[in-house]
Design a protein around this ligand. Sequence first.
Ligand code: ZN
Length: 445
Amino acid sequence: MRLLPLCTFLLLFSLTPPELHAQSAGTPAGGDEQITAIEAGMLFDGTDEEMVENVTILVRDGRIEAVGPDVDVHANAERIDLSGWTVLPGFIDMHTHLTGDPEDLGADRGAFLFRYPERPALVGVHNADVTLMAGFTTVRDVGAPGSTALALRDAIAEGWVYGPRMITAISLGTTGSHCDRTTGIRPGTADLDQRRPYVFDGPQEAEATVRRAVRDGADMIKVCATAGVLSLTDDIGPAQMTFEELEAGVATAGMLNRRVAAHAHGLEGIRNAVRAGITSIDHGSVLDDEVIQEMIERGTWLVPTMMAYEAVVEMAEAGFLPPGPAQKTFEIAPQVVESHRRAFAAGVPVAFGTDAGVFEHGRNAREFQLMVEAGLSPAEALLSATRNAADALGMSDDLGTVEAGRWADLVAVRGNPLDDISILQEMGFVMREGVVYKRDGQPVR
Ligand SMILES: [Zn+2]
């Protein structure tokens, strides 16, 4: 069921122009090539749970050429001394909304009436930058107004904007669901059809809507299998898509080389999505032992987004949320940590994701700490944002580990994150595809 979205990535990453702007900020060219040798004091390469000491990482034209203690370094290579640092693969966040911001989630949901529809894309320029500076070199972006995230994705790939590589979803849902952006808005208030281009009902419409999303540029598909906390009026518990709708959507997406992520809180919606062959369950608030076992057997990824719950509880307690979302928050949040704890202990496949946009962008690395508090080891938490997330994207040949052939997406922190996971929140060094964006804790411009 989990098919490689090859076409997307070939188009997105091979045929786009080089990073015109970023290159001037990065490492200098050695002849026609860019060669960089990084001396790493410690390296967590993402292939296993071990830390190795004193290795050289040779980077040529954006890719890792060699890694090890005795690497031949070309005479014209630029050297970067990270001997006092721990180097890791660039992090992957599987659940962001780069064009979204927490200020839009408050009680005044009418703000969109007074804003230009392009605004989220421009706000996203800032959010993309701070996300990259936090050490996240790839994000799976799972829902945005209009085409704003698609436009941001392309602008980053073309080098106009500093940010992580974006694997961008279009989100689909049934009428009145969490993914129906008119849910809770009074009919006649605005041009509602403009706000709901990917709403469908029934398996046949699910197929057509997936096709339309792929046509419109989606790298992957997100579906709302259940309600969400922040949509205004739908109940949090019930399923919002039938098994047949999910099955039809997943099969069509697979045929078109696209993976599908399910936003899912309640148990029935989670079960439907897992059985339909979904790639990931995002949030996964209510999990029982049976569905956890099914996820393990099928290799369904759990993307926990623990920061999202922390954020909505804070907002609800502060009286910031509208009454519906506040009530849903208090209903669902107490069940979540227990679900995730149980799933982690059982060994469910975990891919790191935060739901950044529900809280301020750039804080993503706090999720590592919450995962460790819920029972993952620091090494397991790190693997969830590196090797595992790359696997869940179907991009393991390019991402997720520090190995020859992968893109040179590297980050570094002071100290050993296996001893203290919280140090990942103080990112010191960021390289994406061989270009340095942050050094000694300072952005490189
Ligand atoms: Zn989300």
